[in-house]
Design a protein around this ligand. Sequence first.
Ligand code: AMP
Length: 199
Amino acid sequence: MATAAPSKRPAPDATSLQPAKKTHWSQGLLASMNDPNLVVLSDDRIVIIKDKYPKARYHFLCIPKINVKNLKSLKREQSELLRYMEEHSRILAAKYPHVEFRYGYHAIPSMSQLHLHMISQDFDSPCLKTKRHWNSFNTRYFLDSADVIRCLEERGMVVTMTPLAGEKLLDQPLKCHKCIYSPQNMPKLKQHLYKHINN
Ligand code: AMP
């Protein structure tokens, strides 16, 4: 009896059995931009999502829909997009009239795809755990949106900092953002922050 020659072609549904390609964690914002549990506002140019690991009571990320890897890849003519991102973040902020926000970018972001942080200044969150977390929002590592826009318009590019300079800022001693208190550690800082929160 003749035996059938082994087929070189995959069975019709073999490809669907292969495990989905895993994306790197640094691409996570791209998935979150389509996550209805995180999206709070979306139009043809931007998406505003809740930060998945918020470092304050209110922490959002405004992300352009066009592909922009990071601050360094911005061209002068894209300052208008940055203005649009800040403007729409401020419109969202108007829903929280008693909340103080800052709007800015991490000089050396960990996540791919440009994102503007909109973060309330209470820093009351269980996800805020480390000195690096604190310093990333409370030193020159946090670049104010207005300064970034001005730099892009005046110099045609966004000047950030070297990784070494960034590391030094993240490693700076802790300091309260509202007063001169310099706590020894994060638990002491977190305890202290309640003095500044008007509940
Ligand atoms: P950075 O890249 O340093 O500007 O910060 C990235 C921010 O994205 C952090 O505040 C994270 O908590 C937040 N984050 C990380 N992964 C995700 C995700 N998959 N979806 C939403 N936010 C995220």
